[in-house]
Design a protein around this ligand. Structure first.
Ligand code: AVJ
Length: 338
């Protein structure tokens, strides 16, 4: 059925409508090890949020998206619902490149609209989770006759160069507000990398969570059922399994706070007692003071001005600013200047 092609960097598996490039191999484990070694030996301990999403983490994140307190997912979905047709008309996209595609649940609204508009030919999901890319490729090729899917199994921070050359007007989508996970400098660098995927006539559609009442924000990251707390602590289970660390997740409390100066949410894990943990694969022992906090995520909140400035720094201009009536969340359509 699928024939592996000999390519040591990125193996390609191809069948009629589906192409899958894999860029992962052992690179992912190395990046976790490097991130943990750096992050846990800093004066203020920190781990990057991208390692939350193992199978359990992805499941917990799906639960977060259904929580009453967590408005971003349903709000973005409603905005997409209301504007998919307009976006399809504005972009006339023949191909949709999605960064962090996951189950592509929200993407279907765009695919539907582009399909209806008669322009859609190819979908290019980029995601670290191989099973997601594969199952979504299979579902979508059977749902949309004639659609080609070229999946890239990789980390969008490292493997954007593996996105195949464009075959027509392109729409790159980066949904969910994940752009907020980047601190400001890296954010602009990343947007510049995305901009390199765009030629004249191409567009970027990006979701951005907006600055709002701090209480609404902190509740979204510290829900009553404790799902987000579990999601946060799950990061320690990832380290235990992948790097043979011996964290007891119950040694840590979940903390979510809104940093008003930077206008971002921070999630942290706070040590309940002084203790030392070993990360066996790294030969590393890490001491935590009682009450010591380790940062596990920033999730920046935006204003229109901030989005416009960041886009401009990446050489992109804002075309449409689409938001919900309460202005909780925004979808921004941008393009290279003409
Ligand atoms: C997937 C990065 C958009 O920042 O809101 C949800 C992750 N963390 N609850 C976000 C998350 C805690 C989410 N993003």
């Amino acid at each position: 059925m699928m024939e592996p092609v000999a390519d040591p960097e990125c193996a390609t598996l191809a069948e009629s409508a589906i192409t899958i490039d894999s860029c992962l191999h052992d690179g992912r484990e190395r990046s976790l090890a490097d991130d943990v070694l750096d992050g846990l030996t800093r004066p203020f301990k920190e781990l990057p949020p991208k390692h939350f999403y193992d199978a359990r983490g992805a499941e917990l994140f799906d639960q977060i998206c259904e929580l009453p307190e967590y408005y971003p997912t349903r709000t973005e979905r409603a905005i997409l619902q209301a504007s998919a047709e307009e976006l399809a008309a504005l972009t006339g996209a023949a191909e949709l490149v999605e960064l962090g595609s996951g189950t592509a649940a929200k993407t279907r609204m765009l695919l539907d609209a582009l399909h209806e508009g008669g322009t859609l030919r190819r979908y290019i999901p980029v995601d670290v989770t191989e099973t997601m890319v594969r199952s979504c490729a299979e579902e979508l090729t059977s749902e949309y006759p004639g659609l080609k899917v070229h999946g890239v199994i990789g980390d969008f921070e490292r493997h954007l160069d593996r996105v195949p050359d464009p075959t027509g007007a392109r729409l790159v989508v980066f949904l969910g507000g994940t752009i907020g996970n980047f601190p400001p400098g890296s954010r602009r660098r990343f947007l510049r990398e995305i901009a390199r995927l765009l030629g004249p006539g191409d567009h970027l559609l990006m979701g951005a969570d907006l600055v709002k009442d701090p209480q609404v924000l902190t509740q979204a990251y510290d829900d009553a059922q404790g799902v987000t707390a579990e999601f946060n602590r799950n990061l320690l289970r990832v380290l235990n399994r992948e790097l043979r660390a011996d964290f007891d997740p119950e040694d840590f409390d979940h903390v979510a706070l809104f940093d008003r100066e930077h206008e971002w949410i921070e999630m942290r894990l706070r040590a309940r007692r002084a203790h030392t943990t070993t990360v066996h694969d790294l030969g590393l022992s890490v001491h935590f003071e009682q009450g010591e906090e380790m940062r596990t995520e920033i999730s920046a909140k935006f204003t229109r001005e901030r989005v416009e400035d960041d886009l401009a720094a990446a050489g992109l201009e804002l075309v449409s600013w689409l938001t919900d009536p309460e202005e909780l969340f925004a979808l921004t359509l941008a393009r290279p200047p003409r």
